[in-house]
Design a protein around this ligand. Structure first.
Ligand code: ADP
Ligand code: MG
Length: 225
């Protein structure tokens, strides 16, 4: 089964009374556990597309079906639940909260979700810090970490709810070559271990190294490479 199925997704907006297209009939099928890279220049519609897959944007034409559910059929509450439980987001600038330590940053998604026992939460978080090799940093605050370490905290946070899909928007955009490669290796091992599906969007060719499928996007048109 395809975990992600985009059917003829279009999105535009009015500019000076004329419609400007951002996405233009995008079709995409991704199987569980695949890593997909979408490469395109700035302004090509990458973040817009990722936000649609992640349920952050629901004003578009066409259909986005994630894990068998059409996002347009969901109420606002169901959509927040979907975002919290089914998808994890990874960003270029990490988006950690500087006044919370690493542990608290990773804990954050649980403020919006209940029902898990405190002991299970602790175990899960400890495991994730081991997994991203940051156990020695759990009590530190983000400003004291390197870029690569911040991204690894963000990866642990994104995995906390055991999402089916990780959506990565320019995930190595702020990292030097060695650190970027280490993050890509981590993505690959997480995929192998947890069968998480990855969609990465970027202008950086280097990310294709770990991708099963590569697409290019230009002016909102998606083409398989
Ligand atoms: P990318 O992530 O590939 O750089 P985006 O998806 O952020 O591109 O944006 C694609 C295009 O859509 C850009 O030209 C951007 O200026 C435009 N755009 C994005 N969001 C909006 C919006 N809410 N209103 C108007 N234009 C937008
Ligand atoms: Mg973008």
């Amino acid at each position: 089964m395809d975990i992600i199925k985009l059917e003829n997704i279009s999105k535009g907006f009015l500019f000076d009374g004329k419609r400007k297209d951002i996405l233009n009939g995008v079709n995409l099928n991704v199987k569980k556990g695949e890593i997909v890279a979408i490469i395109g220049p700035s302004g090509s519609g990458k973040s817009t597309l990722l936000n649609i897959i992640g349920g952050l944007d629901n004003s578009y034409e066409g259909e986005a079906v994630i894990d068998g559910v059409s996002l347009k059929s969901l109420s606002d509450n169901q959509l927040s639940k979907f975002r919290n439980e089914k998808v994890g987001f990874i960003f270029q600038h990490f988006n950690l909260l500087d006044h919370l330590n690493c542990y608290e940053n990773v804990y954050l998604p649980l403020y919006f979700s209940s029902g898990m026992k405190e002991s299970e939460i602790r175990q899960r978080i400890e495991y994730l810090f081991e997994r991203v090799r940051l156990t020695h940093r759990v009590r530190q605050y983000p400003p004291t970490l390197s870029g690569g370490e911040k991204q690894r905290v963000a990866i642990a946070r994104a995995l906390l709810m055991r999402p089916a899909v990780l959506l990565c928007d320019e995930p190595t955009g702020d990292l030097d070559d060695n650190t970027a490669n280490a993050i890509l290796d981590l993505f690959e091992s997480i995929r192998n271990e947890m069968s998480v599906t990855f969609v990465m969007v970027t202008h950086e060719e280097r990310i294709t190294r770990i991708a099963d499928d590569i697409y290019s996007i230009k002016d909102g048109i998606l083409v398989k490479v």
